[in-house]
Ligand binder design. Structure first.
Ligand SMILES: Nc1ncnc2c1ncn2[C@@H]1O[C@H](COP(=O)(O)OP(=O)(O)OP(=O)(O)O)[C@@H](O)[C@H]1O
Ligand SMILES: [Mg+2]
Length: 227
């Protein structure tokens, strides 16, 4: 589904961050990316999400080259295909959990029957992730772990085929980090959503089927158990 051919990305002060990085993922893969702070994990996810552009190289999504997309085409690609989960939950404080979760549906131009179908999907996901009882609460009334599960549900309501998760457990305690990690894998198995997960947590990284490390700007497979 995703093929990255030799992308390179430099920033003025920093120099080369990604260097001739290539990657090939199939539908339903789950991949973790580890690497020290500043190694380029977020840069890579931003480039795949078309939030940033590489200096050279090529990215194909289902065979379509992405890098010449106009801003409109980029937004369309993101809305149709991608889900995002970041370290901080970014729920809007003045909307309820339910409203936050349904927000991406309002941003997409859906017929009322499609909206209804995706709303049902959202309700199922809320039950599945144990936050159905929190639907009418506001973000300040729920825990960080619950908020991050709500963010995961929000990222999935549009049925993306690719989920980009940047340090999704970074602000969670150990227990909640384990719950979220399990949920990510269950969503991968049950919904078939492909996952690219950047993390500092070796425990979480190990759970993904494909384990990569960013070394000198390119991806190397992590073999066996991580340190
Ligand atoms: N917009 C930008 N302008 C200039 N430099 C940038 C920009 N974005 C990232 N960088 C630099 O690129 C390098 C890679 O940053 P990136 O955020 O991808 O690292 P990371 O692996 O995600 O780190 P962390 O684990 O801390 O999140 C860093 O040295 C960072 O300072
Ligand atoms: Mg980062």
């Amino acid at each position: 589904m995703l093929r990255i051919n030799s992308i390179t990305k430099s920033y003025h002060q920093r120099g080369t961050v990604l260097k001739e990085l290539s990657l090939h993922l199939r539908d339903g893969d789950s991949m973790s990316v580890i690497g020290p702070s500043g190694s380029g994990k977020t840069t890579l996810l931003n480039i795949i999400g078309l939030l940033d552009k590489p200096d050279s190289g090529e990215i194909l999504f289902r065979g379509e080259p992405l890098l010449n997309y106009s801003p409109d085409e980029s937004a369309h690609y993101r809305n149709r295909n991608l889900g995002f989960v970041f370290q901080d939950h970014l729920l809007l404080p003045y909307l309820t959990v339910r409203e936050n979760i349904l927000l991406p549906l309002l941003a997409s131009d859906l017929s009322s029957s499609d909206f209804g179908e995706k709303e049902q999907h959202a309700i199922k996901l809320m039950e599945r992730t144990g936050i159905a009882d929190l639907a009418e609460k506001y973000p300040f009334q729920i825990s960080g772990g619950e908020a991050q599960r709500a963010t995961l549900v929000r990222s999935l309501v549009n049925k993306p085929s690719l989920l980009l998760a940047d340090e999704p457990t970074g602000s969670l305690d150990k227990n909640n980090a384990i719950i979220l990690g399990e949920l990510l894998l269950e969503m991968n198995r049950e919904l078939g959503v492909t996952i690219i997960l950047a993390t500092h947590s070796h425990d979480l990284a190990e759970k993904m089927a494909i384990r990569m490390e960013l070394v000198s700007g390119a991806l190397e497979e992590v073999n066996g158990k991580a340190k």
